[in-house]
Design a protein around this ligand. Structure first.
Ligand code: SF4
Length: 144
């Protein structure tokens, strides 16, 4: 049986990014051969619309660039993904780097100026804290 891999849906051509865009990783066919992939998007699963106003983490909160507090939606989405991880027995996740949901280790700093800081997106952090190994797209070779 194939190993389960949670994966940011926006890296699979699903138009769930805040601006309605997406990306398709060129390695997707290889990943699909090797893993049973479960596509996830914490922001959509948290109840947010697409497109939506961009958000960034500021300390323990997530604010959108209009200054609205969207923390609850981000955490709701993260919990839903943790539920899916348990249901599928996922031990690994490939998540979009720098995102306030999916980022791992480096995320946008809350200034909406494209600057990065050390930190984790809400979903990536919750999965990590529950023992799931997180990979960003620049680490994809480690999964192949
Ligand atoms: Fe992609 Fe994650 Fe943002 Fe959804 S929350 S659009 S999966 S980076």
């Amino acid at each position: 049986m194939k190993e389960v891999l949670l994966m940011s849906a926006c890296l699979m051509g699903v138009h769930c990014r805040y601006d309605g865009g997406c990306k398709v990783l060129s390695e997707l066919p290889q990943l699909m051969e090797r893993y049973h992939i479960v596509p996830v998007c914490g922001e959509v699963l948290g109840g947010m619309t697409t497109p939506r106003i961009p958000s960034e983490r500021v300390g323990g909160k997530v604010l959108n660039c209009a200054g609205e507090d969207v923390t609850a939606a981000f955490y709701r989405g993260a919990e839903e993904i943790l539920h899916l991880a348990a249901l599928y027995g996922a031990k690994k996740a490939l998540l979009k780097e720098r995102s306030p949901s999916c980022g791992s280790g480096r995320i946008y700093d809350g200034s909406f100026n494209g600057k990065l800081t050390d930190g984790w997106g809400v979903t990536a952090e919750l999965l990590r804290d529950n023992g799931i190994l997180i990979f960003g797209e620049s680490q994809i070779k480690e999964l192949l």
